[in-house]
Design a protein around this ligand. Structure first.
Ligand SMILES: [Zn+2]
Length: 430
C-alpha cells in the first residue's frame, strides 16, 4: 500500500525540528521520501495537503482503554469514594465482552483524535490485544499484576497467564506485551520480584503507577519504611525498562535515582488535576536531567477524554502556572513529549515519534482551515494551544490509513457507539 501527500507542511520532529513545505511518500510500512520538490510517483492514496499539517502520530503513554465505558460516571468525587463506590463495583462486573466494547470505543476515539500508539494497563488485556490488532493501532499492552488478583484471574494464575500473553504477542508487528505490576501499594515484594524476572526473561517493558497521590506515598512508607521509588530501587525494578506513571509526589533525590537508573516517566496532567492529586510532577527537573518523559491521558474515567491535544495544552499550562513562569515549558517541548518523548519511553525512538525517511509511517494530518486556527503565525503554538483532537482528519499507522478525510476505515463507528452506550448502562445498573 502507498500514500502520497502533496503540497503540505510537515512538522517532522526530527533532530533539527525542521518544518518542511513539500510532499511525503509512504510505501508499505515506511516513510520513503520527504521532499521540498514535487514527488511524481503513483500511489494508492493521493492526498491534497494544502492548508493542512502533517505530524508524527501522538503517543499516549498511559491509559486504561476500556475505561471509556466509565466516562462521566462519578465525576467530582474524592478519589477513595470514587474508587470504592463507582469504579471498583463496576470493574468487578467486567468480562471479555464489555472490555472488547470499551476498547473499541477507545480505539475509535484515539484514531479520530490523532493517537497512533498507546501504552495500556487493564484487565482482560488479551481481549484488548485482539481488538487493537483488528483496528490497526500500535500498542504496548501491560498485563496487570496485583497481589489480590484481577477480575479475570486469581493471583495464582496471574504469572503463568502473563507469560503466555508475552509469548503470544512479543513477535507481533504492532501489538507488544508489557509486564504491569499495578503499584507499590497493591504489589508486595514477591509480585515485584516476579514481575522483574518476567520482564528480564523476555526483555519487555515494565509499567507501574508510581507516587500518584500523597496518601499512596505515606501509606507505602508506613508499611515498608521506604517511599515508592525507594521500594522499586530496593527490588531492582528501577531500571531502564520501567515506565513510571505519574511521579507527582517525588523528591529531587528521587529524580536523581530515576535518572541514574534510566527509568522513564509518564506525566498525566489532566487526570492528576481532575482527581486533585495535588502533587506536581517535577517536569522541568526531569527534562533538565535528560530523563525520557512521555504524556498520558490516563483512563477516560479520570480525564474524561483520550484527546492528546488537550493533554499537551494542560501539560504546558499547569507548569507555567505552578512555577509563575510562562517560559518554563514552551510549546515545542510539550510537542516533543507527545511524540519523540513517548517513543523514547517505549524504546521505539529509532522507529516512531518523528517523520524521517526510513522510519515507520505513523503520521496524522490536521486541518488548518478553521476560525480557531487562523491566522497561522506559529504551527507548533497551534498544535499545543489551539488545536483539539477533532481537528485531525487523517490517521495512518504503520503505513496503513485508519482514517482519511475524517472517515474511519477500520472500525464501524455507529455500531461501536450503540454497543458502548448499551454496555455502559448494563454495567452501571444497580
Ligand atoms: Zn492509571
Amino acid at each position: 500500500m502507498s500514500v502520497l501527500i502533496k503540497n503540505t507542511v510537515i512538522i517532522t520532529q526530527n533532530k533539527k525540528r525542521e518544518q518542511i513545505h513539500g510532499d511525503i511518500y509512504i510505501e508499505d510500512q515506511e516513510i520513503i521520501q520527504i521532499s521540498k520538490k514535487p514527488i511524481t510517483i503513483e500511489a494508492d492514496y493521493k492526498i491534497d495537503g494544502r492548508k493542512k499539517l502533517v505530524l508524527p502520530g501522538l503517543i499516549n503513554t498511559h491509559t486504561h482503554i476500556p475505561m471509556t465505558l466509565l466516562r462521566g460516571y462519578g465525576d467530582d468525587m474524592v478519589l477513595k469514594r470514587w474508587l470504592e463506590e463507582r469504579i471498583w463495583p463496576v470493574e468487578k462486573k467486567l468480562d471479555s465482552r464489555s472490555v472488547e466494547i470499551g476498547t473499541r470505543l477507545g480505539l475509535l476515539e484515539m484514531i479520530s483524535s490523532g493517537t497512533t500508539t498507546f501504552l495500556d494497563m487493564y484487565f482482560f488485556e488479551e481481549t484488548i490485544g485482539k481488538t487493537t490488532k483488528e483496528a490497526g493501532l500500535r500498542a504496548f499492552l501491560g498485563f496487570p499484576l496485583i497481589d489480590f488478583g484481577t477480575p479475570e484471574y486469581p493471583y495464582d494464575e496471574l504469572f503463568p497467564r502473563c507469560e503466555s500473553f508475552i509469548r503470544k504477542w512479543r513477535k507481533h508487528n504492532l501489538v507488544r506485551p508489557v509486564v504491569a505490576p499495578h503499584a507499590t501499594y497493591t504489589c508486595g515484594p514477591e509480585t515485584l520480584h516476579r514481575s522483574l524476572e518476567m520482564a528480564d526473561k523476555y526483555d519487555v517493558l515494565l509499567h507501574i503507577h508510581c507516587s500518584e497521590t500523597r496518601e499512596e506515598v505515606y501509606d507505602v512508607q508506613k508499611r515498608y519504611g521506604l517511599r515508592p521509588i525507594g521500594i522499586l530501587k530496593k527490588h531492582g525494578l528501577l531500571c531502564d525498562k520501567i515506565v513510571l506513571a505519574h511521579c507527582g509526589w517525588i523528591t529531587k533525590n528521587e529524580v536523581f535515582d530515576i535518572k541514574n537508573s534510566g527509568s522513564k516517566v509518564v506525566h498525566c496532567p489532566v487526570s492528576n488535576m481532575k482527581i486533585a492529586t495535588g502533587g506536581y510532577t517535577p517536569l522541568p527537573e526531569l527534562l533538565h536531567s535528560n530523563i525520557a518523559v512521555g504524556l498520558g491521558t490516563d483512563g477516560a474515567a479520570s480525564n474524561n477524554t483520550l484527546d492528546m491535544f488537550e493533554t499537551m495544552k494542560f501539560c504546558s499550562l499547569i507548569h507555567k502556572h505552578h512555577r509563575w513562569d510562562p517560559s518554563i515549558l514552551p510549546a515545542q517541548t510539550v510537542l516533543d513529549l507527545a511524540t519523540i518523548g513517548g517513543a523514547k519511553c517505549l524504546r521505539m525512538e529509532d522507529k516512531i515519534g518523528s517523520i524521517e525517511e526510513g522510519k515507520k509511517a505513523d503520521i496524522i494530518m490536521v486541518d488548518l482551515k478553521k476560525p480557531r486556527l487562523t491566522p497561522q503565525h506559529d504551527f507548533v503554538s497551534h498544535l499545543v494551544y489551539a488545536m483539539r483532537g477533532c481537528d485531525v482528519i487523517a490517521t495512518i499507522v504503520n503505513g496503513k490509513p485508519l482514517m482519511l478525510e475524517n472517515r474511519i476505515l477500520t472500525l464501524d463507528m455507529d455500531a461501536i457507539l450503540e454497543d458502548a452506550e448499551k454496555c455502559a448502562y448494563e454495567l452501571t445498573a444497580a
